[in-house]
Design a protein around this ligand. Structure first.
Ligand code: SAM
Length: 293
């Protein structure tokens, strides 16, 4: 296929030729704007020596342009009928491999190791219905990933990039920050897709690196973060009291010892603040017994 797939006419041709009916339940909104695919590739800094894991290649709009860079592409598609069509479309491309499967059930590390690959970048126009689980899986699995460049719902991109105090700030902002540096690259209007989704999108890049702030117990810090954002209107003391069953007076004292006001809410704390909070609270909760953890 020579013509860009990321156009209305070529996508329509493929849909007709292979008898494809876009599945809303799988988040199938296909990109029909080649400039947007180019922006994703540029934001990811793809070059011929890269290995790219593409999640959800769909009709191949992004896959095709990724393949033209000369990089090696491993494209994981859950929809068997799309994967079959893609195998035919990309049969003459030696650098493209279509993998049938659910990315959440795929052993990405094994995928790389089996092919003798040491590192990869992820590029994707992500299915909206599982954007957060996919991003969390990629961030938390200690995979040898350099970066994740993804098209996501605009509101999700804003949450990922939000800072303490912003309206969009939440546990996903902190998780993203713990694992990566985040850049918002571009917003993408809904008319760049067929079928047209109900929301706009944005391209976001997460460059993975070691966190500058390391709590003694990472899992416990994320428990604190989730508790803090469980009830946005409640103070941190109340959220932590509910989650860990620790007396409020003790929690207020603990916050004070960290230099925080006892009336503070979770959304005011940055990653450094949550690290400090976690390390200070952990021994108190441990003393109260394993049950409350
Ligand atoms: N990359 C294509 C494009 O830009 O036009 C398609 C993007 S579409 C928003 C999302 C794609 O992800 C669909 O092809 C869908 O079938 C696929 N998908 C949905 N859930 C998936 C999963 N769990 N694992 C792998 N692919 C998935």
């Amino acid at each position: 296929m020579e013509k860009p797939i990321a156009t209305h006419s070529v996508s329509a041709e493929i849909i007709k030729k292979y008898g494809i009916t876009p599945k809303k339940g799988l988040g199938q909104n296909f990109l029909i704007e080649p400039n947007i695919a180019e922006k994703i590739i540029k934001a990811a800094g793809v070059d011929k020596d890269d290995c790219i894991i593409e999640i959800g290649p769909g009709l191949g709009a992004l896959t095709q342009m990724l393949a033209q860079t000369g990089a090696r592409i491993l494209a994981v598609e859950i929809d068997k009928s799309l994967a079959g069509a893609l195998e035919e479309i990309f049969k003459s491309f030696e650098n493209v491999e279509i993998i049938k499967g659910d990315i959440l059930k795929t052993d990405v590390k094994k995928l790389l190791v089996d092919r003798g690959l040491e590192r990869a970048k992820v590029c994707a126009n992500l299915p909206y219905y599982i954007t957060t689980p996919i991003l969390m899986m990629l961030l938390e699995s200690a995979l040898p990933l350099e970066s994740i460049t993804a098209m996501v719902q605009k509101e999700v991109a804003q949450r990922l990039a939000a800072d303490a105090g912003d309206d969009e700030y939440g546990s996903i902002s902190l998780a993203a920050r713990f694992y990566a540096d985040i850049a918002l690259n571009a917003t993408v209007p809904r008319n760049c897709f067929v079928p047209r989704p109900a929301v706009d999108s944005a391209i976001v890049t997460l460059r993975l690196r070691k966190s500058q702030f390391m709590p003694m117990d990472e899992e416990f810090m994320f428990k604190c973060i989730r508790a803090a954002f469980g009830h946005r209107r409640k103070t941190l003391v109340n959220c932590l009291h509910e989650r860990f069953d620790t007396p409020k007076e003790e929690l207020a004292k603990m916050l004070e010892s960290c230099g925080f006001n006892e009336m503070i809410r979770g959304e005011a704390l940055d990653l450094k603040g949550f690290c400090l909070l976690s390390d200070t609270l952990n021994p108190i909760v441990e003393l109260a017994g394993e049950k409350s953890r």
